[in-house]
Design a protein around this ligand. Structure first.
Ligand SMILES: [Zn+2]
Length: 160
């Protein structure tokens, strides 16, 4: 049996004055902020849960959002100073066969959402990466058999 410490980590937004010196909002900056507030209803989020484990839980959950509030909410338990742009958390699970596994959740902000297909491929490959570093049978082809379901063309594409 192995035990890992719970070590969440996050990606932080650098404070503007640490990047460019003194922050002086220009009219254009204020206009962009106002436009962002006006378009706040247009932001969106993609969520994928991939890799069904024998206990019914998912190995990987991927959340990508254009909405900073979604990222803030999902990352609220991650210790960080300042605005958070992304985080990962994991939790230990015990499978019916007694093996231990860690289910991982990755949350990140984006300025532009990936396409549905690109997002599906990202989540699928992350599932393989998380499975590869654990002593479990890879569950990532359990439901979709490695076939991209969001592919717009009638011909289905296999993801290795
Ligand atoms: Zn695959």
């Amino acid at each position: 049996m192995y035990v890992r410490r719970y070590i969440p980590s996050g990606t932080l937004l650098a404070f503007p004055d640490t990047v460019r010196g003194v922050l002086r909002p220009s009219f254009a900056t204020l206009a962009l902020v106002a436009l962002g507030i006006a378009l706040a209803g247009c932001v969106s989020t993609r969520i994928a849960e991939v890799g069904t484990l024998p206990n019914g839980e998912r190995l990987i959950t991927l959340v990508v959002s254009e909405n900073r509030r979604v990222v803030d909410r999902e990352c609220q338990d991650v210790p960080a100073l300042g605005p958070v742009l992304g985080c990962q958390t994991s939790r230990a699970l015990e499978l019916p066969n007694g093996h231990a596994v860690r289910a991982v959740k990755i949350v990140r902000y984006t300025d532009t959402l990936p396409s549905r297909m690109a997002f599906e491929i990202d989540a699928h490959e992350l599932c393989h990466a998380i499975a590869a570093v654990q002593s479990i049978e890879d569950p990532c082809h359990g439901v979709d058999h490695g076939i991209v379901e969001s592919w717009a063309l009638p011909r289905l594409q296999r993801v290795p």
